[in-house]
Design a binder for this molecule. Structure first.
Ligand code: NOJ
Length: 540
């Protein structure tokens, strides 16, 4: 079923993630902004995506790239004004694009008015109960209240001058809200309505799994805590109580048809992720297990099956994602040996990485459900692995003493033109240095260029729109005679074959070639040689 024309647009939507700081800079200050994004909306319409997810653009000291919000109802002056947000939303709608905004309910900025008041009003004050303030342990309260580590490294507690400690699962500049506080719950319902009234089509919920902490904030009791975004069982993640919050949030949407919620939920299993998208909760949850899967046919088949199996009983679409603003771009992940993780500082084999990235993208776009594309992946951008330490701004890099937190590498502003001081990102510089080779990867260089990655994405998205077998759905039919290392599945008049090996593999052509991730694939006497690390789409 192609749900694009129905009100359930999100069931097969391709959602393009914009990192506002790095997309387009309208005023030449080196930082992207909302008018810049607005000016590039026709590019996104022509690319063929359905919706744009904006990482946070709210007023923020930018201690964590805007995931530290000081005022949830204001736009950061670096990015523009509320009027710019209104204009962006309305231009997007005129072009047929939806806008999904990030919302950050787990924590605020330490510069948020409430936190500042909580600090000023002292222990026992009502404002302190909106965050997690506690006395310390030890004779003089000199030990943190429990043993939790921050996901960005170091303890998850910081002591304030009056002796109490406050909880921050991320940086100290990001104090966690106490969701047992009725004021916190009411405030977020109001914030949702504020943006819905402004015309926002949905929200991507940051750390959706973190809002509720286990009763009594129990210690974990061992030193081995996960320092990444964490999908182990933890007393601060995936507590059952979060679902009550989302049931309440869902009722807000009764007044706003066609709007959606997407969970960034790290859970121990995909089945636990499915809890977030039960019919009376959220619409989609990110599939990080898919993002984490190596370029290996068996592993991919397993995660595709388990994702579809997990979502089917709750009736939610599976989602697929390969890159975002928190992980090494997939062109660089696939250039490095399997098991290198998602915070990589080596460029690896660039050619191989790009070839696999293109094949991986065609696989992702052929799967049933909704797909997420991160800005610049349509240009085949690699991660910038050699940023000098002194320009890095990722707080986790600094908290982990430079041993982790290489997220700046995927946040380098994207190149629009072949030349110019920042390849037309703006007419000034760029807040992170762009590699000297990026002119050749620019939108200008790749537009209408035969075989370019940009044209591959454009073709794929056009075909995806026009082919009834693509888009929404909850199952694929595996072709069991697929040679080793080849994924082969069918969906209503469509087939996708993926050769994950390095060598060409001969198959019986299932039909006519619709698209290949690597140049033409000739069919002779009913057979085709699938080149290594290539995906081919077929019309049956
Ligand atoms: C997840 C966001 O994607 C990431 O960028 C951020 O650092 C953390 N949540 C904390 O808000």
């Amino acid at each position: 079923m192609n749900s694009r024309m129905s009100s359930e647009w999100w069931r097969d939507a391709v959602i393009y993630q914009v990192y506002p700081r790095s997309f387009a800079d309208s005023d030449g200050d080196g930082t992207g902004d909302l008018p810049g994004i607005r000016s590039r909306l026709p590019y996104l319409r022509d690319l063929g995506v359905d919706a744009v997810w904006l990482s946070p653009f709210y007023d923020s000291p930018q201690a964590d790239g805007g995931y530290d919000v000081a005022d949830y109802r204001a736009v950061d002056p670096r990015y523009g004004t509320l009027d710019d947000a209104r204009a962006l939303i309305s231009s997007a709608h005129e072009l047929g694009l939806k806008i999904v905004a990030d919302i950050v309910p787990n924590h605020s900025s330490d510069q948020h008015e409430w936190f500042q008041q909580a600090l000023a009003e002292g222990p026992g004050s009502p404002m302190r109960s909106r965050y997690h303030f506690l006395p310390g342990l030890g004779e003089h309260g000199e030990e943190p209240p429990n043993d939790w580590d921050s996901i960005f490294g170091g303890p998850a507690w910081t002591r304030v001058p009056d002796g109490e400690w406050y909880l921050h699962l991320f940086a100290p500049e990001q104090p966690d809200f106490n969701w047992n506080s009725p004021e916190v719950a009411a405030e977020f319902l109001d914030i949702l309505r504020f943006w819905l009234d402004l015309g926002i089509d949905g929200f991507r919920i940051d750390v959706a799994h973190g809002l509720v902490k286990a009763e009594g904030l129990p210690s974990i009791g061992h030193a081995e805590q996960l320092h990444l975004l964490g999908n182990d069982e933890m007393p601060f993640f995936d507590q059952d109580g979060v679902h009550d919050i989302y049931r309440t949030w869902r009722t807000v949407l009764e007044d706003y048809p066609d709007r959606i919620f997407v969970a960034e939920a790290w859970t121990p299993t995909v089945a636990r992720s499915a809890n977030y998208v039960r019919p009376d909760e959220l619409h989609q949850a990110f599939n990080f297990e898919y993002l984490d899967t190596a370029w290996d046919a068996a592993a991919l088949r397993k995660v595709i099956d388990s994702s579809l199996d997990a979502m089917r009983p709750v009736g939610a679409p599976a989602t697929w994602v390969l890159s975002n603003h928190d992980v090494t771009r997939h062109a660089t992940r696939f250039a490095n040996p399997p098991g290198s993780g998602t915070q990589i500082r080596t460029p690896g084999d660039r050619e191989l990485g790009l070839r696999r990235a293109r094949a991986a993208t065609l696989l992702m776009l052929a799967l049933p459900g909704s797909a997420y594309v991160y800005q610049g992946e349509e240009l085949g951008l690699p991660d910038v692995t050699d940023l000098p330490d002194e320009v890095r701004q990722d707080p986790s890099f600094h908290r982990a003493s430079g041993q982790d937190g290489f997220r700046d590498g995927c946040r380098v502003p994207i190149p629009w033109s072949r030349s110019g001081p920042s390849y037309d990102f703006g007419d000034g510089g760029s807040w992170l240095p762009q590699p000297s080779t990026w002119g050749d990867l620019s939108v200008e260089a790749q537009t209408s260029a035969d075989g370019s990655t940009l044209e591959l994405y454009r073709s794929a998205l056009t075909i995806r729109r026009e082919t009834p077998g693509l888009g929404a759905g909850d199952a694929v039919t595996w072709h069991d005679e697929a040679p080793a290392g080849v994924l082969w599945f069918e969906r209503h008049g469509f087939a996708c074959t993926v050769n994950t090996t390095k060598e060409p593999v001969r198959i019986t052509a299932p039909g006519d070639v619709l698209l290949s991730s690597l140049g033409p694939v000739p069919v002779t006497d009913g057979s085709a040689d699938l080149p290594g690390d290539t995906t081919v789409w077929w019309e049956l």
